[in-house]
Design a protein around this ligand. Structure first.
Ligand SMILES: [Fe+2]
Length: 233
């Protein structure tokens, strides 16, 4: 049975913060996290080489084509495809997207609290990728990527941000119940990633995110993508 501590035993506001000697021995307790959300961040070793070609090709393409309007407020959003206008570097980056999706999937399954019953899986990825070029004041609204499994972002140029923190990518807890009620403010409901050139960030497509307004000497160039498991979901 659970019971309240008598008021006299309860130090004010420090329920989880008693000295170890004053706590029962919980070393045999089972404790873990149910339904965690994966996040993978990796700086590709060939990023500098890729970014040289990607940057040139993207800016040339942005000059010639009008761009789309999606989550971007301002900025240029390319057509959605497999980076056909990015030459060899684009095709190498596409390969990296599949490699990262495979690795994140392997780790997600390997780290589940109880091993799944199936010993192997048969599916393929369907990739959709596009480029965002954000100039001064441009940003990407709060959104998720519907109809996909993993979503990711790769940084070609962080745009020489004037803000010391860079032009950050903000993630929000996809579980609104937790974000609104659970141990706030100790359990954070947001997470911030500071981009670096060559960095790839991969997250579940249901995880809400946004990009703050860019302020920098150059345009901020990033490549976003969706990997959709086929058969879906
Ligand atoms: Fe996005």
């Amino acid at each position: 049975m659970l019971r309240d501590y008598p008021t006299s035993e309860q130090p004010s506001g420090t329920a989880g913060d008693r000295p170890a000697a004053a706590r029962p021995d919980f070393s045999a307790a089972a404790f873990g996290h149910l339904f965690p959300a994966p996040l993978m961040i990796f700086v590709w070793p060939d990023g500098a080489e890729l970014n040289e070609e990607l940057g040139t090709r993207i800016l040339e393409h942005a000059e010639r084509t009008p761009g789309l309007r999606k989550s971007n407020a301002g900025g240029w959003h390319s057509e959605v495809g497999r980076l056909e206008f990015c030459g060899d570097a684009g095709q190498r980056l596409v390969r990296h997207m599949f490699e990262m999706g495979d690795e994140a999937t392997r780790r997600t399954i390997a780290e589940l609290p109880s091993p799944p019953r199936m010993s192997r899986w048969e599916f393929r990825w369907i990739l959709h990728a596009w480029v965002n070029v954000n100039g001064p004041g441009d940003f990407n609204r709060y959104h998720t990527h519907a109809g996909s499994t993993w979503s990711g972002c790769y940084y070609v140029d962080t745009g020489a941000p004037t803000d010391a923190d860079g032009t950050e990518l903000h993630f929000y807890d996809p579980c609104q119940g937790r974000a609104n009620t659970f141990l706030q403010p100790m359990v954070p409901a947001t997470h911030v990633v500071r981009p670096k050139p060559g960095m790839m960030v991969l997250f579940p497509s249901y995880m809400p995110h946004m990009v703050v307004p860019h302020q920098g000497a150059r345009p901020r160039i990033s490549i976003a993508f969706n990997l959709r498991k086929d058969p879906f979901p």
